[in-house]
Design a protein around this ligand. Structure first.
Ligand code: SF4
Ligand code: MG
Length: 320
């Protein structure tokens, strides 16, 4: 069952009178109920903007976002309220998203109050239940965000998102700010919750190692574009796009001998500015395999293998 359908989404921010930042410049993908789609790329590639535009924090510049078949920008009344209840977001820095003057119970119940659900006596019971669900204790309800560790704060952020019985959660780098030892705990919690509650996730991260254990499918983003999208298994075993290869080669291998012998692909130069993205292929200024055609013709987004999408001239026409 298709839950979300993003078609040719663009989000451009005006910079001055004559220039725009092309933060997201034409991405298309679908998310199916119960799955996790990982979205990966370096900072500034447009992955957070994509997430925020889906949840309607930003207006689209072009393209459409359909949730259960309905254009999210055209939702009104009951359907609109239901969308804001069933689609929730978890942020990278839970401390920034939790009001420091509100105790944990207030942080978690804020959405319930706004949406007028679980009122009265039921409200605090619900908060206790949510705290236990995310591995905290009811005694934590009266404490304040600064009294918690980063991992605990992310658990509070997750409890807050769960308070409204969501079906789809956009997690924007939920583990990037956490210690490595805590990252796996939060990922495991999210996986358990997904199984128990049939949740669907868009899981945003800046490197492939972080999304590996949670994603069913992964999209790789570069400079406002998704350049490759397929199942996690395919992406790790048979990556097609040169940029995916770069990201994969950056993942450390635990075995020191293997690590030593491994060839790391170093790409030259900086990520170009999204104000003036390169002509043709967005990755061409750093691509080790760039050809003449890459400078003039934008590669098309195509299904190179069943369920395996890529935009790169290496997989087009005679090169197939
Ligand atoms: Fe590299 Fe050309 Fe493929 Fe772009 S289209 S990734 S520049 S080979
Ligand atoms: Mg970001």
């Amino acid at each position: 069952e298709k839950l979300l359908e993003v078609t040719n989404l663009k989000k451009h921010f005006p910079l001055d009178k004559n220039q725009v930042v092309k933060a997201v410049d034409g991405v298309s993908f679908e998310i199916y109920k119960g799955e996790t789609l990982g979205l990966v790329g370096e900072s500034g590639c447009g992955k957070s903007t994509t997430g925020r535009t889906i949840i309607n924090l930003y207006k689209t510049s072009d393209g459409t976002i359909r949730y259960k078949g309905n254009d999210v920008e055209l939702l009104r009344g009951k359907n609109r309220r239901s969308f804001y209840r069933r689609v929730q977001m978890i942020f990278q820095d839970p401390y920034a998203s939790l009001n420091p003057r509100m105790n944990v119970a207030m942080c978690i119940a804020e959405g319930m109050d706004i949406h007028n659900i679980h009122k009265g006596k039921d409200r605090l019971e619900r908060v206790y239940e949510l705290l236990e669900t995310v591995g905290l204790q009811r005694e934590h309800a009266n404490r304040y965000p600064h009294e918690f560790s980063g991992g605990q704060r992310q658990r509070i952020g997750i409890a807050r998102a769960l308070a409204l019985d969501p079906e789809f959660i956009i997690a924007d780098e939920p583990i990037s700010a956490l210690d490595v030892s805590v990252q796996a705990q939060v990922v495991n919690l999210m996986k358990d919750l997904q199984r128990e509650r049939n949740l669907t996730y868009l899981f945003i991260a800046h490197d492939l190692a972080m999304v590996k254990h949670i994603s069913d499918r992964i999209g790789v983003m570069y400079l406002g574009n998704i350049v490759e999208l397929t199942t996690s298994e395919q992406l790790y075993s048979d990556p097609l796009h040169p940029y995916t290869n770069v990201l994969l080669s950056a993942i450390p291998v635990p075995d020191p001998v293997v690590e030593e012998q491994r060839e790391r692909i170093i790409v030259e130069g900086e990520v170009p500015s999204p104000v003036n993205p390169p002509s043709g292929c967005v990755f061409r200024t750093r691509c080790p395999e760039a050809m003449d055609i890459c400078a003039t013709v934008k590669p098309t987004w195509q299904e190179a293998k069943p369920g395996h999408f890529v935009s790169c001239h290496l997989y087009e026409g005679e090169n197939r």
